[in-house]
Design a protein around this ligand. Structure first.
Ligand code: NI
Length: 185
């Protein structure tokens, strides 16, 4: 089932999400709905708060971004439950990002180049892994959603000021997107 994507201005996007347990009701169905919603809206990642649930779970499928430089993206189709980024590398990079909850805005964001993350998959198996490059960027973006943070928080204050009108329009639902959305007011 395709779920509506909550837009910028929705309180759920600003809450710190809660950990979930292995007996979370309807987990398999929820994960399948998240993938369906993400593919429908042509995203490469989706976090539970973006579909209105303040729970620590996000999904990614970066396979469309596979390239010669980053062939490993082909295999980055995963579910992250109760994730914890335990370390970041000093180095960082700048690249343009967008977000299904903040449509029509794309801005450069600085992110750490390499991270170590611990999480559970959809079967509640534990993982402790390193990611770098674009994979690390996507994961940090989705992880931020669980912390109540959006990529627009990370751009320069000047750029943010310039975007204020646009962000206000989004929060009033004045956007044209071809996926289902839920406006805050
Ligand atoms: Ni996002």
């Amino acid at each position: 089932m395709i779920l509506p994507v909550y837009l910028y201005g929705s309180p759920v996007l600003r809450r710190k999400a809660s950990e979930i347990s292995s007996d979370y009701k309807g987990l398999k169905e929820f994960i399948s709905d998240m993938f369906e919603t993400m593919y429908h809206s042509e995203g490469i990642g989706l976090a539970a708060p973006q579909v209105g649930r303040s729970d620590r779970i996000f999904i990614v499928d970066a396979s469309p971004l596979e390239s010669e430089e980053e062939p490993e993206l082909k295999d980055l189709k995963k579910v992250f439950i109760n994730p914890e980024i335990v370390s970041y590398e000093e180095d960082s990079s700048v690249y343009v990002e967008g977000c299904l909850s903040v449509p029509e805005i794309r801005e450069e964001v600085e992110r750490k180049s390499r991270i170590r993350i611990r999480y559970y998959d959809e079967n509640f198996n534990f993982h402790d892994e390193y990611y770098e490059g674009y994979a690390a960027r996507i994961i940090q973006h989705e992880y931020d959603h669980l912390q109540g943070r959006l990529f627009t928080d990370l751009i320069s204050p000047i750029k943010r000021r310039l975007l204020r009108g646009k962000l206000n329009s989004i929060s009033r639902g004045k956007v044209e997107v071809n996926y289902k959305v839920k406006t805050p007011r």
